[in-house]
Write a protein that binds this ligand. Structure first.
Ligand code: SAM
Length: 191
């Protein structure tokens, strides 16, 4: 079984838009406890690679269990964490996914603003890492600035689909952007 019910969201997103292919390298932001890591590892198969990052320690993916999965602990809002992710990837990647969510304060406008901030950090990481043709998936709470953010992403990709997978409908304020086919080339620090 999967470690989290969230796993089914990534499965549905992948079925909808064919995000992860065999042999891909996938970066998973906000990966704890690891349901998306499990789904991504299945989808990339034996030749693929998956890198997971979270503020929390991601338990139980040591090399003996699965040497395709590497986990890092860190805060994606910090530049040095993004640098560690770039180092771990060792080059460009095929897919960046982010299920990051803030700790809920209960005040929607605050939680929504924090969600947008995390989504922007994920997008920045994607622009550093994603190969041309690569895909980017990001969770975001619905709110006022979300359309502008979508417009920005749309300039970098062939298209962006906005969806609320069935597995997440109970938490109905969240949507996922699936950005397909990066048009531009990555610019990594040091290039
Ligand atoms: N996709 C995961 C799964 O399938 O198990 C569930 C992810 S959970 C909904 C959101 C995660 O985002 C939390 O584990 C949280 O610690 C992480 N997160 C929130 N802010 C973060 C940040 N600044 N940097 C890294 N991870 C963060």
């Amino acid at each position: 079984g999967y470690r989290s019910r969230a796993a089914y969201k990534l499965k549905q997103l992948d079925e909808l838009e064919d995000v992860i292919s065999r042999g891909d390298t996938v970066v998973d932001l906000g990966a704890a406890p690891g349901g998306w890591l499990q789904v991504a590892a299945e989808a990339v198969g034996s030749e693929g690679q998956v890198i997971g990052v979270d503020l929390q320690r991601i338990k139980g993916f040591d090399d003996e269990i699965d040497d395709r999965i590497e986990t890092l602990r860190g805060d994606m809002t910090e530049e040095r964490t993004r640098e560690r992710v770039v180092d771990a990837a060792g080059g460009t990647v095929d897919v960046v996914v982010s299920d990051m969510a803030p700790n809920m304060s209960g005040e929607y406008s605050l939680d929504q603003a924090r969600s947008l901030h995390l989504a922007r950090q994920a997008y920045e990481t994607a622009t550093e890492l994603l190969d041309t043709g690569g895909d980017f998936v990001v969770k975001i709470f619905e709110g006022p600035d979300v359309d502008d953010f979508k417009d920005e992403i749309e300039e970098e990709f062939q298209y962006v689909r906005v969806t609320n997978p069935e597995a997440s409908r109970k938490e109905s304020s969240e949507v996922y952007f699936i950005a397909k086919g990066r048009i531009t080339a990555p610019v990594q620090p040091g290039d």
